[in-house]
Design a protein around this ligand. Structure first.
Ligand code: GLA
Length: 351
């Protein structure tokens, strides 16, 4: 029996394909060099004791997991779900250290869940493959934490490989690793406006998509053709549909642009995606719009967009590979204008 095991999982940035995963569409995320690490030490008796560098201390008794609305729900929800599936676990000390910033739209939660599940797999010798781990992570968020998130983040985090993005068809859950050519680089900057998925906006968008699909008589918005008549749908929902349908098409084009090493084309797709998320899907905020504008004003940047669930968080931009400290320049301008701190998360700061 392993005494102390340690596992980690990356954060992710979604290159394109936003708010498409819960509509059974396409997404194209990429793993980040920033990771969450979870160490587990099994004990003979007692509680589950958790120590997290970013979130503090918590504990609970196995079998008595209760939703609290706090971060500990990610850990408690995981043991709750595994036990519900008939897995035998035991008391343990859990130590979490994270480099993935919380609330930036870079999947700090999926990263924690996948790292914890990987550590549990080793500590308790569970037979779980990486796709199953992703599905369990999603189920914890949906059923225990109370955020109706899609499958993109846990799959991105569980299946990411360095140097490539992950194209996922979220209907069939088939995926393909797409190598990032040397002629492209990505810049990720956090706006300093924290986003929260368990807040109302995300679940409301989901409900709007479900309502639109019902009115259009399709199983999900994935099935709406680009030229379909949207007359049956009220104006606001029509804009939501327009975003999802056009975003799915952009993901397929973006995959091609990466395969053809066409960075300017990818940049245009990023800009179109941002406009659609801002105007049709209404998940951006003024600070993030400004950050995108400042990024796009730089000659090294081909295009930029909000990334992740929205309502704050980070932007992702595609740049020339030799773009030096363009991220720092954008962040400095943004800080002067908005008095908010912007963090350049990719490329990672040089030691
Ligand atoms: C969050 C969710 C994902 C996805 C994105 C929006 O990150 O966890 O499932 O819906 O928002 O693209």
């Amino acid at each position: 029996m392993a005494e102390r095991v340690e596992e980690s999982a990356p954060g992710r940035v979604n290159l394109i394909g936003e708010h498409t995963d819960y509509n059974e569409g396409f997404v194209l995320p990429m793993g980040l060099p920033l990771r969450t690490t979870v160490a587990i030490e099994r004990r003979n008796s007692g509680d589950v004791e958790i120590e997290s560098d970013a979130r503090g201390h918590a504990s609970y008794r196995l079998g008595e997991e209760q939703r609290t609305g706090e971060w500990v729900d990610y850990v408690a929800g995981t043991t709750w779900l595994l036990r519900e599936r008939g897995t035998t676990l035991g008391p343990m000390r859990v130590r979490v250290t994270t480099e993935v910033p919380l609330g930036s739209g870079l999947s700090s939660s999926a990263s924690l869940l996948v790292a914890f599940l990987r550590a549990l797999r080793r500590a308790f010798e569970l037979s779980l493959d990486d796709l199953t781990i992703a599905r369990l992570a999603q189920e914890v968020e949906n059923r225990f934490v109370g955020a109706r998130v899609g499958i993109m983040d846990p799959m991105a985090v569980s299946l990411a490989a360095p140097g490539s993005a992950l194209f996922i068809d979220t209907r069939s859950l088939t995926f393909e690793r797409i190598a990032i050519p040397d002629t492209m680089a990505f810049v990720v900057i956090d706006s300093g406006v924290a986003h929260r998925l368990s807040g109302g906006g995300y679940n409301q968008r989901r409900a709007e998509c479900e309502e639109a699909a019902r009115l259009l008589g399709v199983a999900s918005l994935r099935d709406v053709a680009a030229d379909a008549s949207l007359d049956a749908v009220p104006e606001v929902l029509r804009r939501r549909v327009r975003h999802v349908v056009s975003e799915n098409a952009r993901v397929l084009e973006a995959r091609e642009a990466i395969q053809q090493a066409d960075a300017p084309r990818l940049g245009q797709l990023f800009s179109l995606s941002h406009a659609s998320l801002r105007d049709d899907y209404e998940v951006s905020v003024p600070e993030v719009d400004r950050l995108v504008e400042l990024a796009e004003a730089e000659p090294e940047i081909h295009g930029a967009r909000i990334t992740g669930g929205g309502f704050g968080g980070a932007i992702v931009a595609v740049s020339r590979p030799e773009s030096g400290d363009v991220g720092a320049r954008i962040a400095a301008r943004y800080e002067r204008e908005t008095q908010r701190h912007a963090d350049v998360l990719l490329p990672p700061a040089r030691g």
